[in-house]
Write a protein that binds this ligand. Structure first.
Ligand SMILES: O=C(O)CCC(=O)C(=O)O
Length: 246
């Protein structure tokens, strides 16, 4: 698939781009069926809500199924989807490479038990020579504000911030006077099954908790340009897969 010049401009200006009806619906359904199995058995590695909140609770509510690439053929099929390769090549201006160290995951928001994800830039814990990294978010069902849809701050991937605007976990502080006005510029687009959002690793985004009675399940993975090297001996220095155009 080829992006239009206005889509390319939109990504470069805003730091994210929504592509509606992108993924095959049958594939989404197959992914969902497998996800349900992994969630039921809490197949590791996972990130739990309790460890994320560091609240000492011994209960385990899955927040994220991690390292999913090798788990199921349909997960691999999505992460190597031929239709997306040209899109990523255009936006990265380089050959896309799958980064298995980060966002190689299924993200969940369980009713009642999910947490809010504060404003942040994904690059906060990543270690690369530059910022040419894009994540791909796939909605596996309806996503809207009440069940924890992602919201973005347009243009934030190009902004410079002071250290004091972030807390100790590198979350962009809601109540900081310098942040409040910017946060008001946030935008969202409701998503349906098969829609994707491509977002730059420095675009500020957040998501509320799920206040509905149905789980929200999404797939998220990260890619980088071939010439964007991880810093040696960091978490980012991990397995990668080159996505040649098909
Ligand atoms: O669904 C969410 O809570 C947001 C996830 C997110 O922003 C992330 O994984 O970087």
């Amino acid at each position: 698939m080829k992006l239009t010049s206005s889509q390319i401009k939109q990504f470069n200006t805003d730091g994210f781009l929504v592509l509606k009806n992108f993924a095959d619906l049958e594939l989404c359904e197959e992914i969902l069926a497998k996800v349900e199995e992994h969630l039921k058995e809490k197949v590791s590695p996972i990130e739990s809500e309790q460890e994320y909140l560091q609240n000492g609770d011994t209960k385990v509510t899955v927040r994220r199924l991690r390292q999913v690439f090798e788990r199921e053929g349909v997960f691999k099929t999505w992460m190597t989807y031929p239709k997306i390769r040209g899109v990523l090549k255009t936006l990265l201006n380089d050959t896309p490479v799958l980064v298995l160290a980060h966002h190689n995951s299924i993200m969940t928001k369980m009713p009642q038990e999910s947490s809010r994800t504060s404003w942040h830039q994904d690059a906060r814990y990543w270690h690369y020579e530059n910022d040419n990294l894009i994540s791909i978010w796939l909605a596996l069902d309806e996503e809207y504000l009440e069940n924890g849809l992602l919201e973005f701050i347009p243009g934030s991937h190009k902004m410079r911030f002071e250290k004091e605007q972030f807390d100790a976990q590198s979350n962009f502080i809601d109540e900081h006077p310098k942040n409040k006005e910017l946060i008001q510029t946030r935008v969202h687009t409701n998503l349906s099954r098969g829609d994707i959002v491509l977002f730059h690793c420095k675009t500020l985004h957040h998501a509320n908790k799920n206040t509905t009675d149905k789980p929200k399940i999404s797939f998220v993975y990260t890619t980088k340009g071939l010439h964007t090297n991880p810093i040696k001996n960091t978490r980012s220095d991990f397995e990668e897969i080159v996505l040649e155009e098909k």
